[in-house]
Write a protein that binds this ligand. Structure first.
Ligand SMILES: [Zn+2]
Length: 592
């Protein structure tokens, strides 16, 4: 689909007849954090021209209102200013007065250092398209050019946009349509750039910020991850891929794009278990170049940048990607089998011990990402389950179910490859949730009623033995009833011990401790976090403790009865003696 669009784009530039749109990006004073954008729209007709700023960044399902960072706007034709007015929060309507070509200039304040926003200071600029580039209403299909004039102290640019030329420090790129422009983040500065080849594709790594990374080791290890991702699908749709990596003091997360990704990590992440976490992030974002960017829900592309785009399938798009980001580390030798099973056991613990998992299903969690997943509050633990976590578990279950149903001839890889070939390549579109289920049932060769209707759409308890026993495995459960479940998350806030979260079914919840309460004393002793934890640890189940709390500055006595912990520890375990077929199926799941 992408190469098809590029052909169209080049054609329109070459024949000179179609309308196009050109942008110039400048950054004259990086310390002010202002990006200066110029947009030239040609071959206009009509009396008005509406330009719009997206409200969200694809891949990050929250309305962020990028228009709030625009604070200068001007439109001109032949050097004369044109009248304009805002008609809603993110639309500027320009009276064109019959002009055929209009120049629009605006400034964007860019000082939010995350993978889904833009940032500029005197060390670098990071552009995430939807937060910087406006588009012409109803004309997102326009192709064009982007010229970047970096600040004189910035020497390099890293992006997945199509490079045209560099003339006197003005870097020129082309794009086939707005979606592509918006989907190519841009790093501008003095980043360290190195590259490696994997799966026949050139990969550029752009490193912003100091860190304890070893370039040569990264080239080898990232190549292994790339190759294990590509192997799932049998082909890699890109010719070049760019990793933009921000090494920060505080940083976490990544955002997927068609032919690039941005990762933000702690600068000391490149050793020990943190390094494995880094490789898992690399695998996650790289896997997304298929799952999300090409294998996608029908409502997620072409995007509506004006409002929420609701999907019930984020448990597949994000959850399965999370499933593979760990599974592929097993396949490429970065996890042992027992390390991988520990990861899976932790996921099961989270799902089974989060009260919200009994309230919200995986499909509801997906649909409400915009108002819940991305906007968690103090009660989220009691009312929500992450579609990443539940989806990761569902990915493992569906994988095992397909393996069992086909006696090891197929697995989840085959479903994802089928979706890629059938919907992305053949039909050139996304799929509905009904089509996803049909595809899964086609690969499994049987109906998957319980999986979809009970485990995905409802919160029904999962029958783990049904999944694990045929693979010669079991889920060992250990009760934690001998522990006290105090159940409140506390923080030290300027010397005050403050309640931040209270989990349903625990001592704190049942006895009426509230979020924002300040715990002043316990059994007559003034407490801080350390002493309070020690007092709870020294208590017995069934004891009552007397708290003095301040709630909205009113002192109050509160008795808390200490209850047993209702949570369980889960461990996915391989049985000591297993049959030949059980071993065959298990190897299909956990082997390479
Ligand atoms: Zn993701």
């Amino acid at each position: 689909m992408r190469s098809f669009l590029i052909c169209l784009g080049l054609l329109s530039i070459l024949n000179g007849k179609s309308q196009s749109i050109d942008y110039t990006l400048r950054m004259g004073a990086p310390h002010t954090h202002y990006l200066e954008v110029e947009m030239v729209v040609s071959k206009l007709s009509g009396k008005t021209l509406d330009v719009k700023m997206p409200v969200w960044a694809p891949g990050s399902y929250m309305v962020r209102e990028f228009a709030r960072n625009v604070d200068f706007f001007e439109a001109t034709a032949d050097g004369k200013k044109l009248p304009w007015k805002k008609t809603d929060k993110n639309t500027w309507s320009i009276a064109t007065n019959g002009s055929k070509e209009i120049r629009i200039n605006y400034n964007v304040y860019a000082f939010e250092m995350s993978v889904r926003t833009s940032f500029l200071d005197d060390s670098h600029g990071y552009i995430n398209g939807t937060s910087v580039f406006m588009y012409v209403k109803d004309k997102k299909n326009l192709s064009g050019k982007l010229t970047i004039e970096p600040h004189k102290n910035f020497k390099s640019i890293s992006t997945g946009l199509t490079y045209i030329s560099n003339q006197n420090g003005k870097f020129q790129y082309s794009f086939p349509d707005y979606d592509f422009l918006a989907d190519c983040p841009i790093e501008i500065g003095n980043q360290e750039i190195f590259s490696f080849n994997a799966s026949g594709i050139e990969h550029e790594v752009a490193m912003y910020g100091e860190g304890n990374y070893d370039k040569e080791r990264l080239k080898q290890d990232m190549a292994k991850v790339v190759e294990s991702c590509t192997k799932v699908f049998g082909e890699n749709p890109n010719q070049k891929y760019v990793f933009i990596i921000h090494n920060l003091t505080v940083g976490s997360g990544g955002l997927e794009h068609l032919n690039s990704t941005t990762l933000q990590v702690n600068r000391w992440t490149y050793s020990g278990s943190a390094y494995t976490d880094f490789l898992s992030l690399v695998a996650h974002e790289y896997f997304h170049l298929w799952n999300v960017k090409r294998i996608r829900a029908d409502v997620l592309g072409p995007f509506d940048y004006d409002k929420e785009n609701y999907s019930t399938l984020l448990w597949v798009l994000e959850g399965f990607t999370s499933y593979y980001d760990e599974l592929l580390l097993l396949r490429s030798g970065f996890h042992t089998q027992s390390e991988y099973l520990s990861v899976l056991s932790r996921i099961i613990n989270t799902v089974e011990n989060t009260p919200g998992a009994k309230i919200q299903s995986a499909s509801e969690s997906s649909f409400d990402a915009w108002i819940k997943g991305y906007r968690t509050n103090e009660n989220s633990v009691n009312s929500q389950i992450s579609y990443y976590t539940k989806g990761q578990l569902l990915g493992a279950l569906l994988d095992i179910e397909i393996i069992q149903a086909t006696n090891g001839s197929k697995r989840l890889d085959d479903l994802l490859s089928y979706l890629y070939q059938e919907f992305y390549k053949k039909q050139k579109r996304g799929f509905s949730d009904v089509e996803f289920r049909k595809a899964a049932e086609k690969i499994a060769g049987k109906e998957l009623k319980i999986f979809f209707e009970e485990y995905v759409e409802k919160t029904t308890a999962i029958d783990y033995e049904k999944y694990f026993a045929p693979l010669g495995m079991t889920l060992k459960k250990t009760s934690r009833e001998k522990e006290i479940a105090f159940g409140a998350r506390l923080t030290d806030s300027g010397g005050k011990l403050i309640v931040k979260e209270v989990t349903k079914g625990t001592s704190s919840y049942e006895s009426g401790l509230n979020v924002n309460d300040e715990i002043i004393s316990c059994n007559g002793f003034r407490v801080d976090q350390t002493s309070f934890n020690k007092m709870i640890a020294a208590s017995k189940i069934g004891d009552e403790i007397d708290l003095l709390i301040s709630r909205d500055n009113i002192m109050q006595a509160l008795k808390i009865k200490l209850l047993p912990n209702g949570a369980w520890d889960h461990q996915v375990t391989v049985l000591q003696s297993t049959g030949e077929n059980q071993e065959k199926l298990r190897m299909k799941w956990l082997g390479n």
